[in-house]
Design a protein around this ligand. Structure first.
Ligand code: G
Ligand code: G
Ligand code: NA
Ligand code: MN
Length: 250
C-alpha cells in the first residue's frame, strides 16, 4: 500500500535505496575475493525496513524487474570502477523467469563495461525447481557468457542432487543456518562437511555464509571450505569502506 508507492518513488528517483557490500574472504581471513551486494532502503519513515520484506513487496506488486535492474546497474557500475575481483548480485526467481532477463543483463554489462567474469548471480534453490526450459536455457546462456551462477542458501531448499546435476552451477553457498550451528551440535558439522564434499565432488566452489565465530571458521577451513562471509570477518559495508578494507583505496 503506502510502502509500495514509496518504493515506486524511490525506484523512479533512485533516491533512498542503496547497496551495501559484504566482502567475501579467503581462508587467511584478510584477502578479499569479492563482495555481495545487499540492498538497503533508508526511507525516513520505512527506513530500516528489512530488505527481505520490501523485496517481497516488490515481487508481489510487479516491481521486482525494475528493482532488480537498478541493483544490477548499480553493482556493475560500482565494480567496474574498482579493482575488486568480482561482485555478486542476488537475483529473484521472478527475474530469471522473465524471458528478457538475459538480454537486460547483457545490456547492463555493455553499458557499464563490466567484464562478465566479474559478475556472479546468486540464485536460490527455488529457481532450480522451475524445471522449465526457459529458466534452464537462461542460466546456461548466462554461464556461457562468463557470468558465474551461485546457488544461495544451499541446504535449506529442496534441491536434489538431480537438480544440481542438470543445472550448471559454479558455486554453492552453504546457508548460514548450518554454519550457525557449527561447534554447537555434532550433526551440523556432519551436514556442513557433506555439503563441502558435495561441492568438491561436483567440482564447484563453496562459500560459507554467516560465519560469526573463530571456531566456526576454523572448522570450515579444516573441512576444505575456501570462501568465508559473515560478521566475524565483516558486516556489509558502504562502498568506500569496502574499498578501504580491501586495500583498494589510496
Ligand atoms: O542482509 P540482508 O538483510 O540484506 O538480506 C536479506 C535478504 O534479502 C537476503 O535473502 C538477501 O538475499 C535478500 N536481498 C538483499 N539484497 C537483494 C537484492 O538486491 N535483490 C534480491 N532479489 N534480494 C536481495
Ligand atoms: O539470503 P542471503 O544469503 O543473500 O542473505 C544474506 C543476509 O545475511 C543479509 O541479510 C546479510 O546481512 C546477512 N548476514 C551476513 N553475514 C551474517 C552473519 O554473520 N550473521 C547473520 N546473522 N547474518 C548475516
Ligand atoms: Na545472497
Ligand atoms: Mn544466503
Amino acid at each position: 500500500r503506502q510502502v509500495e508507492s514509496e518504493l515506486r518513488h524511490a525506484l523512479n528517483g533512485g533516491t533512498g535505496i542503496k547497496l551495501a557490500y559484504q566482502p567475501i574472504f579467503a581462508a587467511d581471513g584478510s584477502t578479499i575475493l569479492g563482495a555481495e551486494a545487499l540492498i538497503r532502503w533508508g526511507h525516513e519513515v520505512h527506513g530500516g525496513l528489512p530488505p527481505a520484506q520490501f523485496i517481497a513487496i516488490a515481487e508481489e506488486r510487479g516491481m521486482i524487474g525494475q528493482l532488480g535492474k537498478w541493483v544490477l546497474q548499480e553493482a556493475c557500475r560500482f565494480a567496474v570502477g574498482t579493482e575488486l575481483p568480482w561482485v555478486a548480485v542476488n537475483v529473484s526467481p521472478l527475474q530469471l523467469r522473465d524471458a528478457g532477463f538475459a538480454e537486460q543483463l547483457a545490456a547492463v554489462l555493455a553499458e557499464t563495461g563490466l567484464a562478465p567474469g566479474r559478475l556472479q548471480l546468486e540464485i536460490t534453490e527455488g529457481v532450480l525447481l522451475d524445471n522449465n526450459d526457459t529458466t534452464r536455457a537462461a542460466l546456461a546462456a548466462l554461464r556461457q557468457s562468463g557470468i558465474a551462477i551461485v546457488l544461495d542458501d544451499f541446504g535449506t531448499g529442496y534441491s536434489s542432487l538431480n537438480y544440481l546435476r542438470r543445472h550448471a552451477i559454479d558455486k554453492l553457498k552453504i546457508d548460514r543456518s548450518f554454519v550457525n550451528l557449527l561447534g554447537r551440535d555434532e550433526s551440523s558439522a556432519a551436514i556442513v562437511r557433506a555439503l563441502v564434499d558435495l561441492a568438491d565432488a561436483l567440482d564447484v566452489g563453496v562459500t560459507a555464509e554467516g560465519v560469526e565465530t573463530e571456531e566456526q571458521k576454523a572448522l570450515l577451513v579444516a573441512m576444505g571450505c575456501r570462501e568465508f562471509q559473515g560478521h566475524l570477518l565483516s558486516l556489509p559495508l558502504e562502498p568506500a569502506q569496502l574499498l578501504r578494507l580491501a586495500g583498494l583505496l589510496p
